[in-house]
Design a protein around this ligand. Structure first.
Ligand SMILES: *[C@@H]1O[C@H](CO)[C@@H](O)[C@H](O)[C@H]1NC(C)=O
Length: 446
């Protein structure tokens, strides 16, 4: 009986236990409800988070996509640029053949950040007789976008633009900081002329800077004198510039066709050969190339041809060289406006073998000697040429008395030939001349 009671008791206890547990499971308490609420909240937040994450993932996908297409675009651009360069190279290399039996002479225009280069380019294109004979290559330094765009949008295939790739900073001695521009110019020349002669293999080139106006017969002048440069080893350049080309010092009426030899390197629109560049390139200076080229080690007694009336004129007053020189001097240089058919003229009188003897005879035997003191008071026979003697002591005074440039570079006076400066004076030819026994320039004259 006792066992039966115990069994009933245990049974009751079990039922009670099950009841308690079941109530706990099936009828959750408030506390439990709270927990569930929190759980749900967390789940919701997780949902939101997932949504956010997938949104971000989506955005990232877009960015990746954009990056990929940007990358493609760049590859495309690079491809195009290389293609352009290749076709440019092909184009330039093809151009080196002769034209109508005559020479092909590229014009290298040096540009940097002056948008005024288009003034120069307009004139070159306007006066150029044939683009096949005179390809225009604009070499740009300085990476200036505005200038580059101006060149690219205005001229199409009328010219070729090449860009100086080395834009690294140049180490300049502290004292020469303000002359940094001259260092950049020399580097640019070195690169561009290497391209012209060694890469594109032209045999001659005309150099023009971005601040030059040119005369209508600019090209004709260079074609006509090309053979002189090629055949006379005592010539190393043809220049379009007369350093003393002011209106009162040139024969504006009849001087357009007159040409001279000069020991002074004028620059400012000039032609050189590949042979000369091959000689100069390995020792090309870091700066001040024009003063460097005028030194005896470079010049080696060679001369240039220069016109009586300039075929170029500089309008650039805000360049590297100082504005004062422009205001006082450069802006008065006359630009020729008559067309002279140089290529149809016999210019062999300019070859050294034909030139020197008659020239010296004319200066020392056929002209009247006049001291610079008496120039304005003396009455002279009409048209008779005059010789104004000078020595080291009197050169500057005599030059100033007539309005000539009075400076020297490596001892050579501007436009001088064998020490003699030829100019036009009140309707006659005049020579500022050293003693007859002159025997060379003295670099100590400055
Ligand atoms: C130009 O070429 C010469 C000769 O090959 C070389 O010595 C010189 O370094 C080159 N200059 C430039 C700027 O590339």
């Amino acid at each position: 009986m006792r066992i039966k009671r115990l069994t009933i008791f245990l049974l009751a206890l079990s039922i009670l236990f099950i009841w308690i547990v079941s109530t706990y499971i099936f009828f959750p308490t408030r506390a439990f409800n709270n927990e569930m609420g929190k759980m749900k909240h967390i789940m919701k937040q997780l949902d939101e988070l997932e949504g956010g994450v997938s949104q971000i993932m989506g955005a990232n996908k877009n960015i990746l996509h954009e990056m990929a297409s940007e990358y493609d675009l760049r590859i495309e651009k690079i491809k195009k640029a290389t293609e352009k360069e290749i076709s440019q190279d092909e184009k330039l290399k093809k151009l080196q053949k002769s034209f109508n039996g005559g020479p092909v002479i590229p014009v290298i225009v040096f540009a940097c950040n002056r948008i005024t280069v288009i003034r120069c380019l307009d004139q070159l294109i306007q006066y150029r007789p044939d683009p096949r004979q005179f390809p225009i290559i604009v070499s740009q330094d300085c990476n200036d976008l505005q200038t580059k765009n101006a060149i690219n949008t205005n001229y199409g295939d009328k010219l070729t633009l090449i860009e100086q790739p080395d834009q690294s900073d140049i180490q300049v001695p502290p004292k020469e900081k303000k002359f940094k521009g001259y260092f950049k110019i020399a580097r640019h020349y070195g690169w561009a002329l290497n391209q012209t002669f060694f890469k594109y293999n032209f045999d001659t080139a005309i150099i023009v800077e971005d601040d030059l106006d040119i005369a209508p017969d600019f090209f004709e002048y260079f074609v006509g004198t090309y053979y002189l440069l090629k055949h006379d080893p005592t010539l190393w350049c043809i220049s379009a510039w007369n350093d003393n080309g002011k209106s009162n010092l040139v024969d504006m009426e009849n001087g357009a066709s007159k040409l001279y030899r000069t020991d002074f390197f004028p620059g400012l629109g000039w032609m050189l050969t590949k042979e000369l560049w091959t000689e100069l390139a390995p020792k090309w200076p870091k700066a001040y190339w024009d003063d460097w080229i005028r030194r005896p080690e470079q010049r080696k007694d060679r001369a240039c041809i220069r016109p009586e009336i300039s075929r170029t004129r500089t309008f650039g007053k805000y360049g590297v060289s100082n504005g004062l020189f422009y205001e006082k001097h450069l802006k008065y240089i006359q630009l020729n406006d008559k067309f002279v058919p140089f290529s149809k003229m016999d210019l062999t009188y300019l070859l050294k073998n034909y030139y020197d003897e008659p020239f010296l005879k004319e200066v020392y035997d056929n002209s009247i000697e006049v001291s610079y003191h008496n120039l304005r008071t003396l009455v002279l026979p009409e048209k008779q040429s005059i010789r104004i003697p000078y020595t080291k002591e009197t050169y500057k005074k005599a030059a100033r008395a007539v309005g000539l440039m009075d400076d020297f570079k490596s001892g050579v006076p501007r436009t001088g030939y064998r020490g003699i400066i030829t100019f036009h004076w009140n309707g006659r030819t005049a020579y500022l001349a050293p003693p007859r026994n002159w025997n060379g320039y003295d670099p100590s004259w400055s």
